[in-house]
Design a protein around this ligand. Structure first.
Ligand code: NAP
Length: 271
């Protein structure tokens, strides 16, 4: 049996074990995916070799810290500055980032990226993946962050514009992507932006998937704006991990359905 794992802290809330195990079962692969709440990432990475774990997902707060523990890191993960996937090939551990790819695939299923402008709210790890994804497909990212210095640093690194979040009312763009945790369960009545500016954007994307319809997305829907939740990104980033680990195409629609079933029925069907 092949063993795959999730390293993070905390991991109790994660839907990755459910999604991955469902996928392996459907694919007929004899494998288990297990979540570990990690205290010491360096020792945990040593355990990958010691226990012959085939692949590991990395989540908060270790996506950057884990990089120095690996034998190699691919170009995308290096540029983003975060690893969410480790593959173990004969004891050689290589880091990848599938967050940007998950977002890129999800976006491209719904809109053209090339030539369009994307306001990215936030300047953390997911914002970095979002900026990378947009630029990779020749879109134009604009960073808006609460801490203006952090947004400025990210913008300088990627060669794009950045502003303080309060300037959002002066900005129009084809798409707004929220990468802040504002609106995530249990703070489901919070939105990172005021309602009256939503119509300045052609569509609204939230990387949060719990709840599926965040306050931001509910407001956008009321304003007649097309919306996309973080569920598609979540499924595709996990599917891309499975592809790296097994070389096989995973059942993405089935994985999405399994996660949807677990999320609250109220989330699935509306208010
Ligand atoms: P992070 O590195 O901690 O960055 C969070 C960013 O949000 C920071 O720029 C921070 O601004 C901003 N922020 C936090 N609280 C805020 C508030 N109250 N008002 C305004 N801005 C605020 O976090 P992350 O790892 O990027 O994760 C962000 C979200 O993405 C989480 O909800 C996570 O679950 C989600 N995510 C989803 C997927 C998926 O597959 N769908 C994958 C990865 C992550 P400052 O710089 O001012 O502190």
């Amino acid at each position: 049996m092949k063993i795959f794992a999730l390293f993070g802290n905390p991991t109790g809330h994660s839907l990755s074990p459910l999604m991955h195990n469902a996928a392996y079962s459907k694919m007929g692969i004899d494998a288990r995916y297990v979540a570990f709440c990690v205290d010491d990432i360096e020792s945990a990475v040593g355990g990958i070799r010691g226990l012959n774990i085939c692949g590991v997902s990395i989540t908060i707060p270790f996506k950057s810290a884990v990089m120095k523990c690996l034998d190699a890191v691919d170009d995308s993960a290096l540029k983003i500055g975060a690893v969410n996937t480790i593959v173990n090939r004969d004891g050689i551990l290589t880091g990848h980032n599938t967050d940007w790819l998950g977002l890129s695939i999800a976006l491209k299923e719904h809109m053209k990226i090339e030539g369009n402008t994307f306001v990215i709210l936030g300047a953390g790890g997911t914002a970095r993946a979002a900026v990378y994804a947009v630029q990779k497909e020749r879109g134009i990212p604009i960073i808006l962050n609460r801490t203006v210095e952090k947004g400025g640093e990210l913008a300088a690194e990627f060669g794009c514009d950045s502003y303080h979040m309060d300037n959002i009312e002066n900005i129009r763009a084809d798409c707004l992507i929220n990468t802040t945790p504002v609106g995530m369960d249990p703070d489901t009545e919070k939105s990172p932006v005021k309602n009256d500016i939503i119509s300045n954007f052609g569509c609204v994307v939230d990387v949060i998937y719990n709840p599926l319809r965040t306050k931001l997305l509910r407001n956008a829907e009321k304003a007649g704006c097309p919306v996309l939740s973080g569920l598609d990104m979540f499924v595709h980033q996990g599917a891309e991990q499975i592809k790296i680990w097994t070389g096989m195409e995973p059942p993405r629609e089935y994985m999405k359905e399994v996660v949807l079933q677990r999320l609250k029925p109220g989330d699935k069907n509306g208010d």
